[in-house]
Design a protein around this ligand. Structure first.
Ligand SMILES: NC(=O)c1ccc[n+]([C@@H]2O[C@H](COP(=O)([O-])OP(=O)(O)OC[C@H]3O[C@@H](n4cnc5c(N)ncnc54)[C@H](O)[C@@H]3O)[C@@H](O)[C@H]2O)c1
Length: 273
């Protein structure tokens, strides 16, 4: 799979072109991250997903990239947490579109959780919707045994020395250049996992640590290798595990194909091409 291509228009935001091929389909996601959009009443992430038949090349579906992205980002955050984290308290920090999707994923598998957001009303509304609690403050949320962070990545949530023994953190928010949710020092003392090395080391949370020479390819395990039984996950109760996600087009493809299979059940619009 080719890494995503960034078309930068900073400081406003960036566009990403994300192709994937698999399961008899090809996909292209054209999607954005424009962090100042919420202040304009617009979503941070928007765009389209195009799905085609890989044998004939014929287009099969056009999907809302924001919906596909949220479903797969929430699923990836929870899957990493269930694979690498211990069975303790869960918190989601940052309850915008993609954080809410992560929280809904945990709720859908019956996991109790707390949520927290700088916008207290947003966290409260989500907690109400899914039967979660609102953490009393950010420090409590960040100290949970399993944490998912989905903020814009403009502020370090975990400064040096802040991770607790045995914690797992799925770091979802920093998925582009210049964004970070954790200090490089904390990455250096954790057992680190990512979704895909090329992307994570160039535009994800790990980029600053790689640039500083603190971490290299040999110290980072792709989560897929753990899921396939090819690599070790958590090694002890005490170790800190981190999962850095920049998001993969192959995850979008899985969601798009699942939606295609449910066209009738979901009463999606169809047209002949
Ligand atoms: N890794 C991935 O696969 C992936 C996928 C989608 C989005 N993202 C990234 O995730 C981030 C969030 O995207 P979104 O679409 O959910 O955005 P959003 O604007 O809908 O949500 C962001 C939320 O974070 C909250 N927030 C801001 N600063 C905070 C802080 N310091 N502490 C706690 N909460 C804070 C905001 O109030 C808001 O509710 C973006 O940087 C986006 O690029 C990553």
């Amino acid at each position: 799979m080719q890494p995503k291509l960034y078309v930068a228009n900073y400081p406003a935001g960036d566009f990403r072109a994300m192709p994937a091929l698999g399961g008899g389909h090809a996909l292209l996601k054209w999607v954005t991250s424009f962090p100042d959009n919420p202040a304009r009443g617009l979503p941070t992430v928007s765009g389209f997903v195009l799905l085609s038949d890989a044998t004939t090349g014929i287009p099969e579906a056009v999907l809302d990239a924001a919906a596909v992205t949220a479903l797969r980002t929430g699923a990836a955050a929870a899957l990493a947490a269930m694979t690498l984290g211990r069975d303790g308290s869960v918190a989601v920090v940052g309850t915008g579109v993609n954080g809410a999707a992560a929280a809904r994923t945990f709720a859908s598998i019956g996991r109790e959780l707390a949520v927290w957001d700088v916008e207290a009303a947003r966290a409260a509304a989500l907690a109400d919707e899914i039967g979660a609690s609102v953490a009393s403050n950010r420090e409590d949320a960040l100290a949970a045994e399993v944490v998912v962070t989905v903020t814009p990545g403009r502020e370090i949530l975990y400064p040096a020395g802040s991770l607790r023994a045995g914690q797992h953190v799925s770091l979802m928010g920093a998925d582009g250049p210049g964004k970070a949710e954790i200090a490089v020092e904390e990455i250096a003392r954790a057992h680190v996992f990512c979704d895909e090395w090329e992307q994570a080391s160039h535009s994800g949370e790990l980029a600053a640590a790689v640039e500083a020479g603190v971490i290299g390819r040999g110290e980072v395990t792709e989560l897929g290798r753990v899921l396939a039984g090819e690599a070790e996950g958590r090694r002890s109760d005490d170790e800190v595990t981190l999962f850095d996600s920049t998001g993969l087009a192959i995850q979008d493809l899985a969601i798009a194909v699942a939606a295609l299979a449910k066209v009738d059940e979901l009463q999606l619009q169809t047209l002949d091409v």
